[in-house]
Design a protein around this ligand. Structure first.
Ligand code: ADP
Ligand code: MG
Length: 592
């Protein structure tokens, strides 16, 4: 390497800066929309082609730019938003670093037109690879239009790194939603490949949330409100019953800027404590107004992370505010000290008088009888469990016991509404009911895919779900796979109608199952699994029996039987242990 220092040419410096700010088409969308918001626009149109890979265009009716400013705006460090460092501490705008347009211009072709109210004629500017190719008068409406074409045309590494159109489109929708939620006072329209995908008229925040997510969210929203010297808090939280398996409905805005903050999230989660089932995330749209002097938004180039000066207090205030609203709207359950949380009795049994237990003798048991197929599978399974015990324990479980276990329903009872305990003569199995059911469902899904014929059941009352735009995009991507799994779904516009569903799980809350499924796909952690496999895992998760569900003895027995008929019954599809064993030997060691 030569030791001579040279200053990087402007366009290379811009390309490097672009590496931090413009990661994918959705970053262009974010930067352009934010500029339009900063320009006091009332109407903002987003137009994209091929998920932004071919075109991202923003048309606004904001203040526009003079010829000089239009030219300058694409230069590095060109900003009208701050003049000196101190301005950062009174900042009201989204931008201030003056590098977005310059970065974009270094990795794409740009066509921009702009006109201020006071100018009769506008200007057209064309830039390619940071070089101005044309600047001339043009007739255009008041405001600014910026088209970004062929993104990353000169950065093949970045271009190759882009995901499928559907994934990129989802990222764009996310960014679009974030700005749109922060600015219900602006009308937003979104076109993809000449089709109007989303239109959001000027409205209240609540209406904006509904327009984005679907009318059914209305009944789930609980308002929050608090004014303190540290922060003003407003917005909505989603009732815990409707929390999701994804973080897709978690929005923090600080001074109307969408931010990610694990520490604020933690504060909300702690307010929801005890109200959420495992694996569920609270939903919220929380707006914080904080004196700009008390925050630092310049910690990250994309400005989605913030440092708070008074984070301890903020944490406590937010938690208290959320808790207060949960209480006010009677979402918190009343505390019942008398209830014994130990043994869980299904409702239908509560008032029944006890029945004498049947004597457990299996009269048809014949040790010489040939096993049928099912028994063989089960036996194989039970032998495996058996080998999980310490080998010195072998003597404690006899062959006979295994057979007995097969020929009659297992003895079971439920604990803490989430574990099923079953006994072998040699000890106990403590089974996590949800994980067991996930395993059972997962194997059934896999079987229905490989067998090509699925156990599908027509619904007497087809279930209807209204999709959000984002869910719609997800659905299109997964429709084929869902069919393969035994769903028959009709789509007209955004209305989805489930006509058939796989027969081996409960259809009572199919709507929730499908919405939860979308959430999981949205989170999309494939870890190298195929789409169908991912879908089977996700479905087994959302359709599984949750902790907190009280099961009848019969249900518990079926679950235990089904589990041990599985090929893999030690772990759930997400590789968590399904049960623990407690052998007689271990008990003897402790208690004898
Ligand atoms: P920043 O937003 O950080 O100032 P940008 O590179 O995004 O930097 O934009 C540079 C400048 O161009 C802005 O400060 C603004 O003056 C001007 N500008 C960009 N987009 C618009 C727009 N849609 N309407 C009016 N002015 C704009
Ligand atoms: Mg900007």
């Amino acid at each position: 390497m030569s030791k001579t220092i040279s200053i990087l040419p402007e366009n290379i410096a811009n390309q490097i800066a672009a590496g931090e700010v413009i990661l994918r088409p959705s970053s262009v969308v974010k930067e352009l929309i934010e500029n339009s918001v900063d320009a006091n626009s009332k109407n903002i149109q987003l137009i994209i082609k091929d998920s932004g890979k071919t075109l991202v265009q923003i048309i606004d009716d904001g203040i526009g730019m003079s010829s000089r400013d239009l030219k300058l705006s694409f230069q590095r460090h060109a900003t009208s938003k701050i003049k000196n460092f101190e301005d950062l501490f009174t900042l009201k705008s989204k931008g201030f670093r003056g590098e977005a347009l310059a970065s974009i211009a270094s990795i794409a072709t740009i066509e921009a037109t702009s006109r201020r109210k006071k100018d009769e004629i506008g200007k057209l500017l064309k830039i390619s690879g940071s070089k101005i190719e044309l600047l001339e008068d043009c007739v255009c409406s008041e405001g600014t239009s910026i088209s970004v074409k062929n993104l990353f045309y000169n950065v093949p590494a970045r271009r190759n790194f882009l995901k499928s159109d559907n994934v990129e489109l989802r990222h764009i929708i996310d960014e679009f939603h974030r700005v749109a939620l922060a600015h219900p006072e602006i009308c937003f329209t979104f076109f993809q490949n000449n089709i109007e995908l989303i239109k959001l008229p000027i409205s209240s925040l609540q209406k904006r949330i509904i327009n984005i997510f679907s009318p059914k969210i209305q009944e789930k929203l609980v308002p929050i409100e608090e004014k303190t010297s540290v922060a003003k808090i407003s917005g909505f939280i989603i009732k815990p019953d409707f929390s999701k398996k994804s973080r897709g409905q978690q929005f923090f805005f600080v001074n109307n800027r969408f931010i990610k903050s694990s520490f604020l999230n933690h504060s909300v989660v702690s307010a929801f404590e005890g109200l959420l089932s495992d694996g569920y995330f609270p939903g919220y749209f929380i707006f914080l107004e904080i004196d700009p002097k008390m925050i630092d938004i310049n910690v990250h180039p994309t400005k989605t992370e913030i440092k708070f000066e008074d984070d301890q207090n903020l944490f406590a205030i937010l938690k208290a505010t959320v808790k207060h609203s949960l209480g006010m709207f009677q979402v918190l359950p009343s505390i019942d000290f008398d209830k014994d949380p130990g043994l869980d009795i299904p409702y239908e049994y509560v008032k029944k008088s006890p029945v004498e237990p049947p004597i457990e003798v299996n009269s048809s048991f014949n040790p010489f009888k040939e096993e049928n197929e099912i028994e063989k599978i089960s036996r194989h399974s039970w032998e495996n469990i058996y080998s999980k015990f310490d080998s010195k324990d072998s003597a404690y479980i006899s062959e006979k016991e295994l057979k007995l276990n097969l020929s009659q329903p297992p003895k079971v009872f439920q604990l803490f509404k989430k574990y099923i305990i079953t006994s072998l003569r040699s000890g106990l199995l403590i089974i996590n009911q949800q994980r067991a059911h996930q395993r059972v469902l997962y194997e059934k899904f896999l079987k229905s895919i490989t067998n090509q014929k699925t156990a599908s059941q027509e619904l007497i009352f087809p279930k209807k779900i209204k999709l959000s735009k984002k869910e719609f995009v997800l659905f299109e991507e997964y429709q084929k796979n869902l069919n393969a799994l035994g769903f028959k779904i009709k789509l007209s516009g955004l209305n989805l109608e489930i006509k058939s569903a796989p027969s081996f799980f409960n259809h009572d809350n199919l709507e929730d199952i499908i919405t939860d499924l979308f959430s999981m796909i949205e989170e999309g952690n494939f870890n190298g699994f195929s789409k169908v496999d991912f879908l089977s895992k996700a479905l087994s998760n959302v359709a599984s029996i949750k902790p907190g569900r009280i099961l009848t003895v019969k249900e518990q027995q079926i679950l235990v039987d089904d589990l041990f008929a599985c090929k893999e019954f030690l772990t759930c599809p997400f590789s968590h242990q399904i049960f623990v064993t407690l052998s007689k030997k271990e008990l003897d060691e402790k208690l004898n």
